[in-house]
Design a protein around this ligand. Sequence first.
Ligand SMILES: [Zn+2]
Length: 263
Amino acid sequence: MLRRVAEGVWVHESEFCQSKAVVVQGRGGVLLIDAGVLSDELACLANDLSDSGQTVVAGFSTHPHWDHLLWHPRLGAAPRYGTARCAATVRERLSGGVDAVAKAAGIPEEVPLDLLGLITGLPAETARIPWDGPGVRIVEHQAHAPGHAALLIEERGVLVAGDMLSDVLVPMLDLNGAVDPIEDYLAALRLLEGVAGDVDVFVPGHGSVGGADEAHARIDQDRAYLQSLRDGRPLSDPRVGPSAKDGWEWVAGVHERQLQRLT
Ligand SMILES: [Zn+2]
């Protein structure tokens, strides 16, 4: 089911980790960002769109993690984009075949893998997604995954945050090769803070949609998490431990692994 979050912008939520697909109305069809995860949900989204007379004219993946790289045949053959670094990372990770990736990542069976990661990298420094619709500014940064991009739908006051600014996940650092993942992430938060003043609504890749005040609160919360990790201070974060939301207890394990890798 599509839920409207702003004029011409809708969100479709997955049962898998509260993943959020975002649909943006353009002139000749819609832009679909991080299409979804489970097969029946992607089909449901395709139905919702065709029932309302919409076709997908462009896709975008915010970053090179499998749950943001999926597609369904019924969504059509529109070009799917990502940043240049995102697309290069996808190519490299899929070079050994999709099955190997699926096994290593423990991808659930209900996930359709045929069209996984078929994205085109936009040239570095591309400012906006090339499509016929409201301007969608690409806010690329180095945090969470190589070539991660948030998207600012300027005329609609909506920030699509990718896997940043979640109320259920702590900052998940890019520990594969980044020289200083904590500082990278802090820099990314400053970048997002710079655009958060222009938004009325933001949509995290996993978790709850929020308004402008909430965006600033989540930036503060993520910064506090990273600083405690960096400085080896005891952590007080509602997303980790007994206060974690139902079904999200595993986030404590992510935190423990990050702590071990960084200290
Ligand atoms: Zn991710």
